[in-house]
Ligand binder design. Structure first.
Ligand SMILES: Cc1cc2nc3c(=O)[nH]c(=O)nc-3n(C[C@H](O)[C@H](O)[C@H](O)COP(=O)(O)O)c2cc1C
Ligand code: SF4
Length: 615
């Protein structure tokens, strides 16, 4: 699945586009390579040439057996790919709500001004371009951004000036101060997961021992039964029972291509405010891959795909190293842990598209295509990657899978609630004294979580908490006794706090814009609905909307919720609806009188010359 260099005898002269464009021919796959390599090759070409030159498009189309339009459509889909040249230094500043709260708008203006470049444009000398991007997964150390794929953290005016100076001096990135790129993972609370690293291979050895003693089928049945007894539910947001997914995939007939089944690990983590998978990928990669491998052995998959969001490309070298180590140790390869089963894991990087976190869009992206969600059924467990039955789980789910395999179901069940066993990683950002990572048992109240991150007086310090990101639930301070649990407030791991000084309507507007920017445009309710929501939000903020607009907003939200093709469109109206429901004081004073309530008859002064009496 990974790109392979062009063979020396290949005849096209793909990448020599002009004297100014670097040669990319060594990045192209050989003739007849599977089209699934497309996205990874495009990423590599973009990194070298700062765009995808048209001759590369044509060469890729010819070699992969695709139409040029198909290749161009992939380029146009992903934010980090471009058909026109971006700067040799390409800067993306995060435009997420929490970065804005920390002053990112002013920093972006300052950087553009220092460098003499307009936002979104490439400077005439080709050296630099400055863009905004939705969210970089660094909300706990914002304002943040990316520079040629490397994270820029804790930006200040001073640092922005230094960044501009280093770019002007054409300083190679290797010579930049390393602390510019430092990503910290402050963990403020450890529970079961973050206190129990497991030795690489331990869970697999247990599986192998059982398979040897009682046979492979018994080991598979046991692995899935343990997950059932533990009550593990997926940590990616929807909370689906992990064992049921695995069981369905195990029972699904193999794909006709005889390539077996597949496992995908969803490390797209695009929900604004979520960054817990970043920690796991950076510090718990062995456990993540151990969980994937256990899934592979349990359902009979030979291939796994670790799909990591493009914003986390800086973690890729570490992940590759861990994969290599596991190969050397026999935890991956042709005979995993002596079970006689083969399992390989390939790393796939996204290229900037939130919707690729939706599991069927992720599968499309793994196949090298635009990340447009598929129709379901068939579900991935029946037809997933390249038509193979596929288990897709979140990063945190896989870590907990490995831990449950080692420590057992009762160990896991001893935490949390009956309906939500175990613990949950929370990425806490916004107006809190200690933003960062927290592991909490399910069932803790929002107030208890807030107390843990330094909030001493909820009434004075907290106006709102967004539980689960913009597609989740926005609550006000009076609801802080509610519990973080599937039976009350489920969450995919984001937890963003807003102090009393925040304009909640403006916050909702920013989240609505995020959804509109990230809508893949495939289905009309979402494509058109998102634009209408943004329009309504703009008019509300500007004081041009009336109660009529609120009625229209509710109608649009209802239609989007019922008819959108995937979760993005189904939840895009949540921020505005929640602000209307819980923060009417942010909306109602801005309304103008409803034009429909204007009585034209009563307002018109009768004039004798204009009166008309029927005969
Ligand atoms: C728009 C959208 C974005 C999503 N993003 C993610 C994501 O970044 N990570 C994730 O694990 N699940 C995400 N999901 C949920 C996945 O579709 C899927 O339910 C999840 O990966 C299943 O894994 P789990 O069972 O371990 O939770 C997203 C869903 C939607 C609709
Ligand atoms: S709901 Fe939105 S993101 Fe999902 S398929 Fe439709 S247009 Fe694409």
């Amino acid at each position: 699945m990974s790109p392979t260099p062009a063979s020396p005898e290949s005849t096209d002269t793909a990448a020599n586009t002009s004297a100014d464009t670097p040669d990319a021919s060594d990045l192209l796959p050989p003739q007849g390579a599977p089209p699934a390599v497309l996205l990874q090759v495009l990423r590599a070409v973009q990194a070298r040439c700062q765009h995808i030159p048209e001759p590369v498009v044509l060469a890729l189309a010819a070699r992969l057996g695709l139409g040029p339009a198909e290749v161009r459509s992939v380029v146009s889909f992903y934010h980090f790919l471009s058909s026109t040249p971006r700067g040799r230094f390409t800067v993306y500043l995060s435009d997420s709500v929490t970065d804005r709260m920390l002053g990112s708008e002013a920093l972006l203006e300052r950087l553009c001004q220092r460098l003499g470049v307009a936002e979104g444009q490439t400077r005439a000398d080709g050296r630099v371009s400055v863009h905004r991007t939705a969210c970089t997964g660094l909300c706990d150390q914002g304002p943040a951004g990316l520079l040629n794929g490397w994270p820029l953290t804790r930006l200040t005016e001073r640092r922005i000036d230094e960044v501009a100076a280093l770019i002007e001096a054409d300083t190679p990135l290797a010579q930049w101060p390393p602390d510019f790129f430092e990503v910290r993972n402050p963990v403020w609370r450890h529970e079961l997961t973050l206190s129990h690293p497991i030795a690489p291979g331990l869970a697999l050895r247990g599986f192998a021992a059982l398979a040897q003693a009682q046979g492979l089928d018994a080991a598979r049945t046991q692995a899935i039964a343990t997950l059932r007894d533990a009550g593990l539910r997926g940590r990616g947001g929807a909370g689906f029972a992990t064992w049921q997914k695995w069981q369905a995939c195990l029972e699904a007939p193999d794909a006709p291509d005889a390539q077996g089944k597949a496992i995908t690990c969803n490390a797209d983590e695009g929900e604004p405010g979520t960054f817990k998978d970043r920690l796991l990928l950076m510090a718990w990669a062995h456990e993540v891959i151990e969980g994937m491998t256990l899934a592979g052995l349990s359902v009979g998959a030979r291939e796994g795909f670790l799909y990591v969001r493009g914003e986390y490309a800086f973690i890729a070298p570490h992940l590759q190293q861990v994969l290599a180590e596991r190969h050397t140790q026999g935890w991956l390869g042709a005979n995993v842990a002596g079970t006689g089963q083969a399992f390989e894991v390939a790393l796939h990087l996204g290229a900037g598209a939130y919707v690729c976190g939706e599991e069927t869009a992720l599968i499309e992206s793994v196949e090298g295509k635009r990340g447009i969600p598929r129709s379901r059924p068939p579900f991935p467990v029946d037809r997933g990657v390249l038509g193979r039955p596929t288990v897709n789980n979140n990063v945190e789910t896989f870590v907990q899978v490995a831990q449950i395999a080692v420590h057992g179901a009762p160990w896991f069940r001893a935490h949390g609630t009956a309906a939500s066993p175990g613990t949950r990683l929370l990425s806490i950002a916004g107006d809190v004294p200690r933003p960062g990572l927290y592991e909490v048992p399910w069932g803790l109240s929002v107030a208890e979580v807030l107390a843990g991150c330094g909030v001493t007086d909820i009434a004075a310090q907290v106006q709102a908490v967004l539980v689960g990101g913009p597609s989740g639930k926005l609550i006000d301070a009076s609801q802080c006794q509610r519990r973080i649990a599937y039976e009350d407030l489920p969450t995919g791991g984001a937890f963003t706090v807003f102090g009393p000084q925040r304009d909640m309507l403006e916050v909702a507007r920013q989240y609505t814009r995020f959804f509109a920017a990230e809508s893949c445009g495939f289905c009309t309710p979402c494509r058109v609905g998102c634009v209408q929501l943004v329009d309504t939000a703009d008019r509300l903020v500007q004081g041009h909307a009336s109660t009529h607009d609120l009625d229209r907003l509710r109608d649009t939200a209802d239609l989007m919720g019922r008819l959108s093709h995937c979760g993005l469109g189904q939840t895009a109206a949540h921020p505005l609806l929640d602000v209307l429901a819980h923060f009417p004081q942010a909306v109602l004073p801005r309304l103008v009188p409803d034009v429909r309530a204007f009585d034209l008859e009563a307002a018109t002064v009768p004039h004798p010359s204009r009166t008309w009496t029927p005969a």
